[in-house]
Design a protein. Sequence first.
Lengths: 284, 231
Amino acid sequence: MLDDFLIRAALAGLGVNLTAAPLGCFVIWRRMAYLGDATAHASILGVALSLIFSLPLTLSVLLTASLMALLSLALSNRGWAMDTLLGVLSHSALAIGLVAVSFVSGIRIDLMAYLFGDILAVSQTDLLTIWVGAFLVVGMLAYRWSNLLLVTLNPDLAIASGIDPKREQLILTLSLAVVVAVAIKIVGVLLIVAMLIIPAAGARPLSRTPETMAMLSAVIGGSASGLGLIASYQFDTPTGPTIVCTATLLFLLINAMRPAIDWILKSRQKDRQAQPLNTGERHG
Amino acid sequence: MLIRVEGLSAQISGREVLRDISMGVEAGEIVTLVGPNGSGKTSLLKTLIGALTPSQGRVLKDQGLRLAYVPQKLHVEPMLPMTVARFLSLPKKKTASSIAQALTAAGVPGIEKQSIQGLSGGQFQRVQLARAMMDKPNLLLLDEATQRLDHVGIADFYHQIAAIRRDTNCAVLMVSHDLNVVMRQTDRVICLNTHICCQGKPDHGVPHRSISVSLGSAMRIWPCITISRMP
């Protein structure tokens, strides 16, 4: 069954989106979008290294992405504004990567496949890598969920509860590197951050707790990858960008319906609050 | 002593914020930190919770210390959906009944399902206090907890603190600017201006000379400070 490239593509898209969903929520909550970009851009350097030294792609992307993420962490609080610092790191990494790739002689490589992904060319090994990465990241986030939430809410509150914010931040940063490494084949370097942010942003108006937001963003991301795959097959468009477009459409749709959603959430809440009051009055 | 610091100094990006501080809090005691802006009050609390590493000196904690902290300002990212109940369950899961109980004790019953971003300043302050009390602490650290409250809110808040101490014998170390309240409800006042200017029981006698000399500008902000000399 897994021989069918469309099924492989669907499973790969699903795996990446399930991983990106909870992590994407943290990217939004902690305003790490630019860090995501920097990490993703650094992975082009990983592609170049893998071609030059014939290393496995995922491994070398994982290495460069982690290095970039750790470097940005280490350089923060050194007097540079975070977006300036990440702007320098992110774009130099992309440029150095592109230059390095051009040095690779012999094979002509399809750079577009790494910039925008090529979900239809996913092999069974890729699929395995994606799902192993997915389990690693989702498992790690689930295991530390409450600590991560408190650190995100306020680092000092976390410290007062005996949680080390630096360790939690390291976990998020390394998870980001893993997601980048497994997603590069699917959506490509330039659109990874889109798959992190758009589904999570779409889930926000529908959510009242962090857990619902993470789950709904998985639903939105999963639907986007499924529908996008079908659409790209139907209209013969590049798959990665089509998936991102679908996610954007879902995001717009949810936001257009936002007044109605707010109204429903509010009236449900009023019902809940009204109940104990009514019983109280009857007793009185 | 629940917590004690000895010869504590601390720096923030090269600037000395605390110099040679020695102080402590006894079980069940209410201690108030006063001092001008930038005098190191928040830094001292942060050193006590471990968010700021001292450059010199040490922090000694009693083995049975259960510490709770309410920060000066808690900005909650609007993109992070968070209900009151979920906030009280951070980081450890709490039962619905214990959450309801804590909210009632804090004077804000029945708001579990509301989003914390939609609360008024006074409600959120009470919710933070409820969260701080969830794990039954024996030392509560409050950093300018009444900053965003009106007069009624401030009075309510200090009644709440007094009630907490009365009911749970929890010690309180707070930073405060509400000096008239401080004078009535505090066992001990510590005047801070990078170093400890003076500390002692508040009384309504003549302002002590050491304070007027050492606090200087602070005295102009709080002309009503009258504290007896450190015992």
